[in-house]
Design a protein around this ligand. Structure first.
Ligand code: FAD
Ligand code: FES
Length: 258
């Protein structure tokens, strides 16, 4: 049910250094969106043809609004252009894209939702919608964001690389320090974090769903720019690659090589 829409900006707020939160008014995209999906956001600049994939941080079906929380990666970038949009201005978006997190495996269980860096935002809508005993483990370099929202939806554990809040170190250090023992894991974050979470889950023999980040072009499964490797080999000894944009971005950790 993906569609292209011109969405109106409802609000734009800087919530940490280089991190912005934007609510947009959609026509229909929010009706179908689920946690873990993303939208492709287009810039006005003709020199930047490719859209930017950004995860859904919150979905407000009633008001038909979506929230994205994104990092401005540098000067002259598409994300910097997004941060200049003001309420009332509009932005082209395509979505909802990707598969989203499966809810059923975690329902009623003791689950750990793990977010790292710019992988933190998609865990917010998941924490709101998942009916489970939720341990929310969020890892930051230094400055925190979205923590008040997370506290409303589960028990929050923080890790910071500079040791300024919570457990000093990364999300795995927080899990060890707090003695957490989840039955199911959902995670989104940088590759080294996902690699550590995947090996922890496989050691403990628990299901673990990881949301992967790959550079994308079309965002809809047509160009193969975003493939990741899987351990599967077919009858012709060919390695099976998966498209992060269409087959993912969420995969069972045992299905992908990170
Ligand atoms: P530019 O340097 O102008 O980008 C140049 C090109 O490279 C663009 O086509 C851009 O899309 C692509 N590109 C550059 N870095 C990345 C990257 N890390 N991943 C994918 N494409 C990249 N970031 C957030 O801040 N918040 C999110 O919620 C978020 N969710 C994401 C969900 C998915 C499924 C993916 C794949 C990425 C997500 N990202 C998110 C990363 C975000 O897409 C990039 O930071 C962004 O595209 C960079 O664009 P730019 O205009 O700042 O940089
Ligand atoms: Fe084109 Fe994934 S970005 S197939």
């Amino acid at each position: 049910c993906k569609r292209k829409e011109k969405a109106a900006v409802v609000s734009q707020e800087q919530i940490a250094e280089n991190i912005y939160s934007m609510w947009i008014q959609t026509e229909e995209i929010s009706d179908f969106a689920v946690p873990g999906q993303f939208i492709s956001m287009y810039t006005e600049d003709q020199s930047k043809l490719l859209p930017r994939p950004i995860s859904l941080c919150e979905i407000d079906r009633e008001k038909k609004r979506l929230r994205v929380v994104y990092r401005v990666t540098g000067k002259g970038t598409g994300t910097e252009q997004f941060s200049r949009l003001r309420p009332g201005e509009s932005i082209q978006i395509l979505g909802p894209l990707g598969n989203g997190f499966p809810m059923e495996p975690g329902t009623g269980k003791k689950v750990c939702l793990i977010g790292g860096g710019i992988g933190v935002p998609p865990m917010l809508e998941l924490s709101k919608q998942l009916y489970a005993e939720k341990q929310l483990v969020m890892g930051y370099r230094d400055e925190l964001f979205l923590t008040e929202e997370f506290e409303k939806n589960g028990t929050l554990y923080i890790a910071t690389e500079d040791g300024s809040a919570g457990t000093p170190g990364n999300v795995m250090d927080a899990i060890a320090q707090k003695g957490l023992s989840p039955e199911v894991i959902y995670a989104c974050g940088p590759a080294p974090m996902l690699r550590a979470v995947k090996s922890y889950a496989e050691e403990k023999h628990i299901p673990c769903y990881v949301s992967m980040e790959e550079r994308m072009a079309c965002g809809v499964g047509a160009c193969l720019a975003c493939v990741c490797r899987t351990p599967e080999i077919d009858a012709h000894s060919q390695v099976h690659n998966k498209r992060v944009c269409k087959d993912g971005p969420v995969f069972l950790s045992t299905e992908v090589e990170i």
